[in-house]
Ligand binder design. Structure first.
Ligand code: SF4
Length: 341
């Protein structure tokens, strides 16, 4: 069965926090969110989904679902209940902050068919959390994640790349921590500087330099390796156009590209290929074939055959080709070299 989320974006009006990368406060009051339209939005989405081949979830995304007014949260959950009880929706998921998770909240979510909770981890480094003005610590993240797992929910960790004070090492450590808490999925968001945020001010005053797209791609490829090695599903890399549009005060700078996810996976396969090649004894004139699952073929080859070009310039005496092998898993890769005839 194909998994489909029906996303309902719930802005966190009145959020007391002021994360440096978020322009939620600026759009509070300007954005309209009408709970009454949620039911019809779900019905409209359901009309486009074939229930015989799809498992569908309602996904309350946006600010911090469990931090909004309790009566609004309950109203939204009750709308979702109706669809679950009618058999049209399998379950519900939501995203929230670590400090908005406790046993009472988890009991409410469980009662209302929530199966998966996505936590905005962002970083497990206290310094990065503090510089990002998150208002919680790494200990809060661990406590929330463990409580979610202990109470029988699936956990998804959302992390950011390129936050103030961060580094590749801190981000790899964040990814490892998310795996160790028992997450079954992860989302990776390279930092984007939106106008009217504290990060925008810091950038204008040369106190923060966002990662370029290329820098983010290189970091994310290594972070992907951590999650893939731990069999944690990668649900998303990079903001989707809609996420960006929801914060449509405008992107000023940072790692935003519509194909960012594809580029990161492509870099991941390139690094895997280099590693495999380092274990082979290549000789001049050899034909090197990279085997991957057909679903990963275009990522392994890269946009405009970029990976073939890079490999050929590193090993000009060899010829490179790519083949699909259905017996390989999604991110598995095998490299074979043979003397060409
Ligand atoms: S990221 Fe979430 S918690 Fe932080 S300011 Fe924005 S809405 Fe509030």
């Amino acid at each position: 069965m194909k998994h489909i989320n029906i996303p309902i974006f719930v802005p966190h009006a009145g959020c007391p926090h002021d994360c440096v990368f978020c322009n939620q406060k600026k759009i509070t009051g300007k954005s309209s969110f009408d709970i009454c339209s949620v039911k019809s939005d779900i019905e409209t989405a359901l009309a486009t989904i074939d229930p015989s081949i799809c498992e569908t979830e309602i996904a309350f995304f946006g600010g911090s679902f469990t931090g909004i007014e309790r009566k609004d949260m309950l109203s939204l959950l009750e709308i979702a209940d109706k669809f679950v009880n009618e058999g049209k929706i399998r379950s519900v998921r939501c995203s929230t902050r670590p400090d908005y998770i406790d046993k009472d909240i988890l009991d409410i979510l469980k009662e209302h068919h929530v199966k998966t909770i996505e936590i905005g981890v962002q970083s497990t480094c206290d310094k990065v959390l503090s510089l990002s003005n998150r208002g919680h610590t790494a200990a809060d993240i661990e406590r929330a994640c463990r409580l979610i797992i202990e109470n029988g929910f699936s956990l998804v960790g959302q992390m950011m790349v390129g936050l103030p004070g961060s580094s590749l090492e801190k981000e790899l450590s964040t990814a490892r921590a998310i795996c160790s808490y028992g997450a079954s999925g992860a989302r990776i968001y390279p930092t984007v500087v939106f106008k009217d945020t504290m990060l925008y001010e810091l950038t204008l005053n040369n106190k923060y330099s966002p990662l370029t797209v290329n820098e983010a791609v290189k970091r994310c490829a290594q972070i992907l390796d951590v999650f893939i090695s731990s069999k944690v599903d990668i649900l998303r890399v990079g903001l989707c156009e809609n996420d960006a549009l929801h914060n449509n005060d405008g992107i000023y700078s940072g790692a935003f590209h519509p194909s960012l996810g594809e580029m990161c996976f492509s870099e991941y396969f390139y690094l895997k290929t280099l590693k495999a090649l380092s274990e082979l004894e290549l000789q001049s004139g050899m034909l090197v074939t990279v085997y991957v699952n057909s679903s990963s073929l275009s990522k392994a080859i890269g946009h405009k055959k970029m990976n073939v070009t890079r490999l050929t310039s590193l090993y000009p005496e060899c010829k490179f080709g790519y083949r699909a092998r259905p017996d390989l898993r999604q991110y598995e890769l095998i490299v074979k070299a043979e003397k060409s005839l």
